[in-house]
Ligand binder design. Sequence first.
Ligand SMILES: [Zn+2]
Length: 162
Amino acid sequence: MSDQVLKLVPKDKYFVPEINSAEKARELLEGFFPDGEQAEVKFSDSVRFIDSGSNLEKITCSLCRKSTDINPFQENDIGTEWWYELDEILSSSPDLQALNVKMPCCGQYAAIQSVDFCGSASFSMFELCIWNPYSDDGISKVQLLELEGVLGCKLKQIWARY
Ligand SMILES: [Zn+2]
């Protein structure tokens, strides 16, 4: 069975909350999803790529505006091969600020942070997440607002599957 992870990251990728606020938010999240397996907070010194595992379906190029499908079940798929290569680069935690990637659509080099992952990935220095929340409805607007209040920032949600 696959794992589902609900990741909440600041919309402002450079925003980092106080440790106490983060812990409070983690406890709140745990309370929202009592059947969840593990609520965690992650801090990093630099902007990290927040992925969605196999939920990533397409990307849009910031240079030519073309979209490319990512389909891990299709062999020799240009978008998927591009993604596998990039995924390997990203997992070696490079300096994302300086990382340019060759786009599968037009062959031009684009700043990684300018690539549109169509809501299925983000960039941030802080992440609040919970594993297998077992909720079909996801997180409610009210719950999201409460977490935003505690953390002091607007949040973006990414659903990941591994
Ligand atoms: Zn392009």
